[in-house]
Write a protein that binds this ligand. Structure first.
Ligand code: PCA
Length: 186
């Protein structure tokens, strides 16, 4: 299997992003996974992700980001075709109330085995929930772009988004353990 796991770099004045901290730890346990850290830039991030998908042709895609305020690992069920940034991205862009891909469906579902992942993480004692709103910012954007792109390929792969709490709300080693269990469910 070629598993691609993406995370985001820092944004919103915080020095680190919990998702890239966790990704670094995960790579140590699973050196064979392919990784990309995307910038919080609404033009560069989707372009880089699509480029990685074309180059790597992964057999599974797990996208990670951080969700400030969340105490649980959020298994995102749905990507929404809307940009409505509450803060600008790192390049200063702030699209409001506009589609990500005009003419594409209003929403696209995760194709990760979320029920199985939820059961597995719960059994291991992790704080985990399903969530149907990944925001209208970069995480939702790359989730939608990836699902749209992959939906047009001849073979569908499991692909979806997982939001991690900030590192002070969910220690990185625990997030890494949870993600290791996610990887182990493929
Ligand atoms: N979280 C933001 C973007 C990058 C990240 O880690 C979001 O939820 O959209």
């Amino acid at each position: 299997m070629r598993i691609l796991v993406t995370a985001f770099g820092p944004f919103d004045g915080r020095p680190e992003n919990a998702s890239s901290l966790a990704l670094r730890g995960l790579k140590k346990s699973f050196p064979k996974i392919l990784t990309r850290v995307l910038p919080v830039d609404s033009v560069v991030a989707p372009a880089r992700l699509k480029h990685a998908l074309e180059r790597i042709r992964p057999t599974a895609l797990i996208m990670l980001g951080e969700a400030a305020g969340s105490k649980k690992i959020r298994l995102e069920t749905t990507a929404w075709n809307e940009l409505d940034f509450t803060i600008p991205d790192n390049a200063g862009r702030q699209p409001l109330s506009q589609p990500i891909i005009p003419g594409a469906p209003a929403s696209l579902a995760s194709t990760l085995p979320l029920e199985k992942i939820h059961a597995r993480l719960t059994d291991l004692g992790h704080e985990v929930c399903f969530a149907d709103d990944a925001g209208r910012y970069l995480c939702n954007q790359v989730f939608f772009v990836a699902r749209h792109f992959l939906g047009q390929q001849p073979i569908e792969i499991p692909a979806g988004f997982i939001h991690l709490p900030l590192a002070h709300d969910y220690p990185t080693d625990q997030a890494v353990a949870a993600l290791a269990a996610v990887i182990g469910s493929f």
